[in-house]
Design a protein around this ligand. Sequence first.
Ligand SMILES: [Zn+2]
Ligand SMILES: [Zn+2]
Length: 330
Amino acid sequence: MKAAFLTSPQDVSKHPLGIGEVPQPEAKPGHLLLRVRACGVCRTDLHIVEGDLPSRRERVIPGHQIVGEIVSGATAELPLGTRVGVCWVGGVDGNCWYCQRGLENLCDSPTFTGYTVDGGYAEYALARADFVVPLPPALDDLHAAPLLCAGIIGFRSLRVAGVEQGERVGLFGFGASAHLTIAVLRAWKCEVYVSTRGTSHRRLAASLGATWVGNETEKPPVELDRALTFAPSGDVVVAALGSLRKGGVVAINAIHLDRIPEFDYDRLLWGERQLRSVTNMTRSDARDFLSIAAEIGLHAKVTAFPLDQANQALIAIKTDSIDGAAVIIP
Ligand SMILES: [Zn+2]
Ligand SMILES: [Zn+2]
């Protein structure tokens, strides 16, 4: 089968992904073989490809927002031809301290799609049957793909930040995840304040119903109840903290940050403000978010790339040169 694969991480400008023929994965017990119909491109893929996250395999096919159709390994609940989604968490051990307490997103021995096992930048992919999510028919392939990480993680961030109906919520950065999260916030009647670099990102935020939009150095004009950060930048985290009311929460939506600069505790954190990270996702986050997405008619803004252009798709994410999400169509 044709795939885009990584053997040695380096800067995306050097086109680290090889594109070519690799053996098709073989069906195995408890797994489904999927024909990939679309695969979203996530910032985490960029961190893997550039080596910000340490290599876990000699050769890996990235991609963890897979829309696939079951071609082998079908069961009574998941018949042949069913359209399913595969996410970043491709499996957990089920028996560690965290799994036993329903915190599977923090599992000690998780499987990560497109990192510890091969992902979806390919014509076929293998997935654990108990970790796929059936996709509502209302969501087509291209628009469902970015929901599977960007969307689910954004939704989990809302849960981690404790967002309630009608609150004032800040979004710091406005890429693939934030542009989906704002739709849920609007459905919850929240006021949304967006600080982001890039004129086109600001225009998109305004068109999606933001109450206020500013550039990355501008502070929202009101104190926020919650703030979500999406940029891999510690400066942004500190800016978000500086916008909170007492008792407010910042949820950091990033698997990797450059560093967090020193900041003034008395002014920025005292007053029971909280700083929390958002780590991975649970299957219930995925199910709950996809059903909300179908209900509110969530429509991701996407740019499609053929598999041959996988390196270019990553460059587009890195340089913030497209609005919304990038999706590879093999
Ligand atoms: Zn576990
Ligand atoms: Zn992701």
